[in-house]
Every structure is written in structure tokens, then in C-alpha cells.
Design a protein around this ligand. Structure first.
Ligand code: ADP
Ligand code: MG
Length: 258
């Protein structure tokens, strides 16, 4: 059964002449345990789609079923609760709170659970050790390298044991060595049974994924399964999209002439 199921899902920003259709009637079904890489040019709607799937935002129209529950019309409070229970978010710019230590940042999502401070910090400490940062617990974000900051962010994303990890260009601000560390970490998390959705501009990184989606103008225009260690060929994806466009145009023309 699909863990994520989207039907004709759209997100429209603005109105009148300033309307942008960021996500355009997307149908998508993701099974538990998939590792989905999302590619596509800037402005094609990747982040908007992830924000909706990650319950940070709401669709304008269409249906979103998460774990077979229709969450499309959830208001912010209910959305926040479902997000805490099921979703871990990793951002390109880490989004750590500057005035908190690594340990406090990781413990933050536990605050609502009413656990005592000590228990929360202990749990965060275990999670930081898992990402190899036990020695950096009391560092502030500005004292960490980009790669370390992202590992803290991943520990924070994992602290509530979410079933889905959503990562929007998680290595976008990292050098290749740090990127590798982050990707290996995501690979471990995936092996542990998590479903992962990740936006990336780097075709090399699709080698970690089991499926690649290519977006254009708010639509998923290519949806391709990847074999183990296979990398998506971005030129091929673009070509497949262009050929599909051509075929569609022809069909339309045919229909008009009929
Ligand atoms: P991507 O992540 O693929 O670069 P985005 O999802 O960020 O694309 O954006 C898709 C489209 O929606 C773009 O045209 C962008 O300008 C627009 N957009 C995104 N967020 C907003 C917003 N909060 N308000 C208005 N337009 C937005
Ligand atoms: Mg984006």
C-alpha cells in the first residue's frame, strides 16, 4: 500500500495576472521504503511539492493521502501533529537555531512530548552519536562545518522516528566529501526502512535512489525506476520529456483535424 498518494494535486500562488501554478495536477504514489530522487529545473515546483508532502504547506486543490489518511484539508494544528509523528525534514541551509547547541537543536522536536529536559537531552545525545557527532554536542551551529551542521539537522529530523524523510537539496551547500557523508547517512536511514524523498541537482546522487522523478512546469514529466547504483541520465530525462511533448502536440493536432 502506498504511504504517499497524491491525486490531481495542485498548488497555486497569487491570483489574477500574478497567478503561478507551482504544482499542476500531480498524481503520484510512493510505496513504503522507496528512495525517490526529484530533479528538474529551478522553478519547476520541486520544493512546493515536497512542502506539501511534508505537511509544511497545503494543496490548493486535489487529494493527499498519507498512510491512507486524507490530510489534504488539515488545518495547521492537525498538520503539525501529523508532521511531527511521521515526517523528518532536511533543508539545504540546515535550518538550525543559532542560539542553541547541537544537542538542544536535536532535542527540540521532543519538547511537545512533555518529556523532562534530561530525558530529551539524553535521547538527543544518542541520536547525535548515531550521526558521528558525539564530540560536538555543545557546539553552536556557527562552530560547525556545513557537513557537521547537516548531520545535526539529520539527527533532529530522525529524533521522532519518522517513517518519511524529506530532503530538499540536502547537499546543495556542501563540498563533495561532505556530500558523500550525508548521502551515506541517508542510505543507512533508507536501509533502516525509511521512505526518502530527496530533491537534488546532482545526477551522481541519484545512484542512491530507487526511483527518479523529473519535474517541469509543475508536472512530473518523467517517472523512472532505477536499478541498484544506477544514475539518472539528466539528458535522457530531458529528451524523454521533449519527445513526450512532441507526441502530445501531434495528438492534439490530430484531434483538432479530426
Ligand atoms: P523549485 O523548488 O523546483 O525551484 P519551487 O517549488 O520553489 O520550485 O517554485 C515553483 C514556482 O512557484 C516558482 O515559479 C516559484 O516562483 C513559485 N513560488 C514558490 N513559492 C512561492 C510563494 N510562496 N509565493 C509565490 N510564488 C511561489
Ligand atoms: Mg527548490
Amino acid at each position: 500500500m502506498a504511504i504517499i498518494d497524491l491525486k490531481k494535486l495542485s498548488k497555486v500562488y497569487g491570483f489574477g495576472d500574478a497567478t503561478t501554478i507551482a504544482v499542476d495536477e500531480i498524481d503520484l504514489s510512493v510505496e513504503k521504503g522507496e528512495f525517490v530522487a526529484i530533479m528538474g529545473p529551478s522553478g519547476s515546483g520541486k520544493s512546493t511539492l515536497l512542502h506539501i508532502i511534508g505537511l509544511l504547506d497545503r494543496p490548493s486543490t486535489g487529494q493527499y493521502k498519507l498512510d491512507n489518511r486524507n490530510v489534504s484539508r488539515f488545518r495547521s494544528g492537525k498538520r503539525a501533529k501529523a508532521r511531527r509523528d511521521k515526517i523528518g525534514f532536511v533543508f539545504q541551509n540546515f535550518n538550525l537555531l543559532a542560539n542553541m547547541t547541537a544537542l538542544e537543536n536535536v532535542a527540540l522536536p521532543l519538547a511537545y512530548k512533555g518529556k523532562g529536559t534530561l530525558r530529551r537531552l539524553n535521547q538527543a545525545s544518542v541520536m547525535l552519536a548515531k550521526v558521528g557527532l558525539q564530540a560536538r554536542e555543545y557546539y553552536y551551529p556557527h562552530q560547525l562545518s556545513g557537513g557537521q551542521a547537516q548531520r545535526v539537522a539529520i539527527a533532529r529530523a530522525l529524533i521522532n522516528s519518522p517513517s518519511i524523510i524529506i530532503a530538499d537539496e540536502p547537499t546543495g551547500n556542501l563540498d563533495s566529501a561532505s556530500s558523500k557523508v550525508i548521502m551515506e547517512l541517508l542510505k543507512e536511514i533508507h536501509k533502516g526502512g525509511n521512505t526518502i524523498l530527496m530533491v537534488t541537482h546532482n545526477p551522481e546522487l541519484t545512484a542512491y535512489a530507487s526511483r527518479v522523478l523529473y519535474m517541469h512546469d509543475g508536472k512530473i514529466v518523467v517517472d523512472q525506476a532505477l536499478k541498484k547504483n544506477e544514475k539518472a541520465d539528466i539528458d535522457e530525462l530531458q529528451k524523454a520529456h521533449q519527445e513526450q511533448e512532441k507526441a502530445n502536440a501531434k495528438k492534439k493536432k490530430g484531434a483538432n483535424n479530426a
